[in-house]
Design a protein around this ligand. Structure first.
Ligand code: HEC
Length: 133
């Protein structure tokens, strides 16, 4: 009788341990990559999180993308560099060069809507101006 009660319990314990062990073994770069907010307004951050952070935060696969822009280290940039990068962000979204076309073919829901482009453009301008003061 005793064994019968221990059996399901140990299966449960083992599965929990296996699950915990397994998750620890498998880092998910895309998930950890998105867990940043450099202090941007919530609505701006939500758009960036959906469409940009996957390639532009620590843990992202493309070195090239990170070298150009890494939101994980945003606050380490000098004021001048932030202003420059805000300009680049605005240009990239307005000209729709970001997110890259190839990526959008695979993940069409990451494409920025007109409203999202407008939001990022206005934010980049305002943020840039406030940094200048
Ligand atoms: C699929 C990955 C990916 C996503 C998603 C992505 N980027 Fe990029 N981004 C890149 C790569 C790769 C480069 C480097 C391009 C190069 O050097 O030719 C880059 C470069 C940039 C640059 C530097 C200027 C330039 O055009 O080269 C800016 C600014 C930028 N991205 C902004 C964004 C913004 C804003 C978003 C979200 C709206 C975004 N990116 C989404 C991959 C990505």
């Amino acid at each position: 009788m005793k064994n019968k009660r221990i059996f399901p319990l140990s299966i449960f314990t083992l599965s929990v341990l296996a699950f915990v062990g397994f998750s620890a073994m498998l880092p998910e770069p895309d998930e950890t990559a998105k867990k940043v907010n450099p202090g941007f307004p919530e609505d701006v951050n939500a758009v960036l999180e959906n469409s940009c952070y996957g390639c532009h935060t620590n843990g992202a696969k493309s070195e090239k993308a990170l070298n150009k822009l890494n939101f994980s280290t945003w606050n380490e940039n000098s004021v001048g560099k932030k202003i420059h990068k805000l300009d680049e962000i605005s240009e990239a979204v307005v000209e729709e060069t970001m997110p890259p076309e190839k990526f959008l073919q695979r993940f069409p829901d990451k494409k920025l809507s007109k409203e999202q482009i407008e939001l990022l453009k206005k934010w980049a301008k305002k943020e840039g101006e406030s940094l200048l003061q």
